[in-house]
Design a binder for this molecule. Sequence first.
Ligand code: PLP
Length: 394
Amino acid sequence: MNFNLNFNNIAESYLFAEVDSRVAKYSAEHPDKQVLKLGIGDVTLPLAPEVIKALHSAVDEMSKKETFKGYGPYKGYEFLRKSISGYYKRLGVSLELDEIFVSDGAKSDLGNILDIFSEKNVVLVPDPVYPVYVDTNLMAGRKVIYSEATEANGFLPMPDYGVDCDIIYICSPNNPTGAAYDKAGLKKWVDYALAKNAVILYDAAYESFIEDNTLARSVYEVEGAEKCAIEFCSFSKTAGFTGTRCGYTVIPRAIEKEGVNANRTWFRRQATKFNGVPYIVQKGAAAVFTEQGQKQINENLAYYKANAKLIAECMDQLGIWYTGGKNSPYIWLKCPKGMGSWEFFDYLLENAQVVGTPGAGFGKNGEGYFRLTAFGSREVTEEAVKRIKKILSK
Ligand code: PLP
């Protein structure tokens, strides 16, 4: 046998391991200090009561012969795909049910979708960004090129027609920068993709944090996207499903080239390699779209948004440049006093016992920047903000 040597081209995933090891070392040396963690992007609020109710009742269905479910449809149950299409309708986007594929989360599909594309494709990825896009392509041996996200463009790079590519990744609102494209900006990417005969892989995992109407919650709010964009979404950050696992991928029927259709090819791929998301979990996910479910998840989202506002206001008061904080659970700040990402990490840990994520871990353009998340509890967020203000306003 031979191993896939492309794995040798992937950087060791040391970011969160290194964060954990520095925090563990600090805590061992200072057992009396309370360390506040605003680093990792995981949620902290429990599932909404409406979701819990649906999960319980689905478990009961599984206990009775008449209502027991075995293998489900590869694309997901129609009740959930109908709820998802209803959600898109509210955004003014009309989707056929067979354009929606229920998944066990956005991360799996973001990686798996590459099965339907040639290894010869050139891939355009923003730097900095969620590392999954780069690593999944390097594993398959694809060439990855970068669009430069910097302070000068507000971490929202625009297309360069001098650059040719086949697969374009867009994450909006972005992890880690919190920056989000407005509809006009996205339209420029859609026009570029159509001109280059490229596909956009659009990661909308944080769409539910959008409040501003000029921003798109779905790429399909932009004309022409139905011909070139695949959208990935998730219940993880919207409804606290990080541990429950459910998401969905939208592949419009219109995406095709030389007689090959993306939707049909993906269905063929899924039918071979995927046996669906548990019925119980899909019932829980469908409850998110009920009137009560929407009310409850919006209360949770409002809680995180209020945390984001607290952190953003702190940066405003300190005169620190940042993106995100609004329309996003992330605050991406410029490290003060010219510090590097890891230097600021150590400074915050040692002086305020606050943990964030060094921007350098998300790409070379992340050096000198730092990510804080709004997914902590209110108490932790308030205390962290207080401590950051105290050490940085000196
Ligand atoms: N996409 C982005 C940009 C993310 O930040 C994350 C998780 O942090 C995911 C996708 C993964 O989402 P899921 O939990 O649905 O796999």
